[in-house]
Design a protein. Structure first.
Length: 149
């Protein structure tokens, strides 16, 4: 299957699931009163999704990797904030576990994609030789990564 857009990347889809989950749990009365934590955890979750997308749309392998690392860091930030939320009694143990599992899954997928990209010959549009565009090259690498699982 050929990936033509970031919306087709499995880890981006999982990050979208995380964003929806975080927005839902932060709507509860107690959590929503803590404006700072609510804003921070929402921003971190959106950062995961956004950085995957932005990296995919960039013109080089190096930039894509950089944004994937940022997305991975943001997933760790969300996970930490879930601990704070649990400790403060804003979320249930069940919600904590679900959020943590999403973050761990995303981090694992990002690590795998990062390692795969590091070992690929993908350079990007700025350095194009074999493929028509960075997007085509990225689609090929992402496709190979997911087919190799």
């Amino acid at each position: 299957m050929r990936r033509r857009s970031f919306e087709e990347i499995d880890v981006w889809k999982k990050a979208r699931e995380l964003v929806n989950f975080i927005y839902n749990v932060t709507k509860n009365k107690e959590f929503s009163k803590d404006f700072g934590l609510t804003d921070q955890i929402r921003r971190a979750a959106v950062s995961v999704m956004s950085n995957i997308a932005e990296g995919f749309e960039r013109g080089s392998n190096t930039e894509f990797l950089q944004f994937l690392y940022i997305a991975k860091g943001s997933a760790g930030e969300v996970r930490t904030q879930l601990y704070v939320s649990l400790d403060l009694g804003y979320i249930t143990k069940g919600d904590f576990q679900k959020g943590k599992e999403l973050c761990v899954d995303i981090s694992g997928q990002l690590s795998g994609l990062i390692q795969y990209l590091k070992g690929s010959q993908l350079k990007g549009e700025k350095f194009k030789k074999e493929y028509k565009s960075f997007r085509d090259e990225t689609q090929k690498v992402v496709r190979e990564f997911y087919e190799g699982k």
